[in-house]
Design a protein around this ligand. Structure first.
Ligand code: DGY
Length: 323
């Protein structure tokens, strides 16, 4: 009997994919750090019952239209803005993501980025390695305090709440803005719901964890940066396109805000000569929010379990909720 065909768009560890090889015909793009070319993706998807995809793979109408056998797409990410959910749903294709398993890890990185930006850790590390340290000096690489300041979290999902939890450990006042109020989180985290504008005006640290949707596209534009304190630090660990990067660059150059810590970019990988990367008060990371071995393994494993569940006619563990 013909076994279902599963295509995986990136080389994943053998022990992770072993359960799939036992049951299905599996083909895996053989490169760990290279995105599968579009023509290969289209061709493979057209014969696949299941796809395991990365957030860099565009799964759109064109692909779905010609992938008539496809039953499930398991995306190795909690975000799924790379997938046209409506087009998938219309064709009965189940889309799964990886919530929960990455919450704490991504919150750790978000807070680390906030600390690194506030305390100028990257500059300081480069400074010492370049042999520039001549003396202890009162204002050498002086940053700004984090403790007892106000953090404003935009996007109070699970990761946002986990960041708020960390902020409480630093005795911070927590403001948040979200599509909907979360009374439970407010109680548990002593967080205050406010309007987007109020958050921008009051927060010392504005932390973006919002997913990319039509509503959040370039939410952080020129007007938004103008409303922030001149001493504000902007952190983005959500999605790059939630920010108008030109407006962010201008805000940093004009000292409209003090600094930015960015784990995500509108185009990834960001070009080495991108203007934002030239600024000393920008701490930039290559989208590593969930990148610990434990968590990335858990995400990949969850994807495999979702594929097996759907191909066996069972309920997937983590289908995208809006379907
Ligand atoms: C996600 O899962 O959406 C993250 O951005 C990956 O680190």
């Amino acid at each position: 009997m013909r076994r279902p065909y599963v295509f995986i768009t990136r080389k994943l560890p053998d022990d992770i994919v072993a359960p799939l090889y036992d049951k299905y015909d599996v083909n895996m793009w053989p490169h760990e750090h290279l995105v599968v070319p579009r023509d290969v993706l289209l061709q493979e998807a057209s014969r696949a019952e299941a796809l395991i995809t990365m957030l860099s793979d565009r799964i759109d109408e064109e692909l779905l239209q010609q992938s008539v056998k496809l039953r499930v797409i398991a995306n190795v990410a909690v975000g799924y803005d790379n997938i046209d959910i409506e087009a998938a749903t219309k064709r009965g294709v189940i889309v799964c993501n990886t919530p929960d398993v990455l919450t704490e890890t991504t919150a750790d990185l978000t807070f680390a980025l906030l600390l690194a930006t506030a305390r100028r850790l990257v500059e300081a590390a480069e400074f010492i390695k370049e042999g520039k340290w001549k003396s202890w000096s009162p204002l050498l690489l002086a940053g700004t305090d984090v403790h007892h300041k106000t953090i404003g979290i935009v996007g109070m999902g699970k990761i946002g709440q986990a960041v708020a939890h960390r902020a409480k450990g630093f005795h911070m006042r927590v403001l948040y803005y979200n599509r909907s109020r979360n009374i439970e989180a407010e109680r548990a985290l002593d967080a205050t719901y406010c309007s987007f504008d109020e958050l921008l005006e009051q927060a010392d640290f504005v932390v973006c964890l919002a997913p990319l949707t039509n509503e959040t596209y370039q939410l952080f534009n020129r007007e938004a940066f103008m409303k922030m304190k001149r001493s504000a630090i902007f952190i983005n660990a959500g999605r790059g396109a939630v920010v108008d990067e030109k407006a962010l660059y201008d805000a940093l150059i004009d000292q409209q805000i003090a600094a930015a810590g960015l784990d995500v970019f509108a185009e990834e990988p960001i070009r080495e000569d991108h203007p934002l990367l030239q600024l000393p008060n920008v701490v930039a990371l290559p989208h590593i929010g969930s990148a610990t071995k434990e968590t990335r393994y858990a995400m990949m494993q969850l994807c495999c379990r979702n594929v097996i569940a759907v191909l066996e006619g069972k309920e997937p563990y983590t289908p995208v909720k809006s379907q």
